[in-house]
Design a protein. Structure first.
Length: 115
C-alpha cells in the first residue's frame, strides 16, 4: 500500500498550489479520501474529504471556499486545489484513505505560505 503526496512548496500569501496523492496497492475507488494538515505543535486536522464516487464532499470551515478536493478513480489519484493561501495554511499536508476499519496514510508534503 502506498500513498504518495506531491505538489507542496513555498508560496506567497494569496497564491495557489495543487497537491496530488497517487495511490497504489489497494482498491482506490472503494475508499473515501481525505486531506489532513498538521502545523508545528498542533494536532492533525481534517481539511477536506471526498467519498468514493465523489457524491459527498466536506470541507473544514477554515478552508471552505478556498480549497477544492477532487479525485480521478481511473488514475488512482486525489487532488487538493488550494487557492487564496494564507500564512495559517502552513503545515504538512497528508493524504488519507479510509474504508471501514482500513486506513492508510501518506508521508506528507510541506506547504509553506510566507512572503
Amino acid at each position: 500500500v502506498q500513498l504518495v503526496e506531491s505538489g507542496g512548496g513555498l508560496v506567497q500569501p494569496g497564491g495557489s498550489l495543487r497537491l496530488s496523492c497517487a495511490a497504489s496497492g489497494f482498491p482506490f475507488s472503494r475508499y473515501a479520501m481525505s486531506w489532513y494538515h498538521q502545523a508545528p505543535g498542533k494536532e492533525r486536522e481534517m481539511v477536506a474529504t471526498i467519498s468514493s464516487a465523489s457524491s459527498y464532499i466536506y470541507y473544514s470551515d477554515s478552508v471552505k471556499g478556498r480549497f477544492t478536493i477532487s479525485r480521478d478513480n481511473a488514475k488512482n489519484t486525489v487532488y487538493l486545489q488550494m487557492n487564496s493561501l494564507k500564512p495559517e495554511d502552513t503545515a504538512v499536508y497528508y493524504c488519507n484513505a479510509n474504508y471501514g476499519v482500513s486506513r492508510h496514510w501518506g508521508q506528507g508534503t510541506q506547504v509553506t505560505v510566507s512572503s
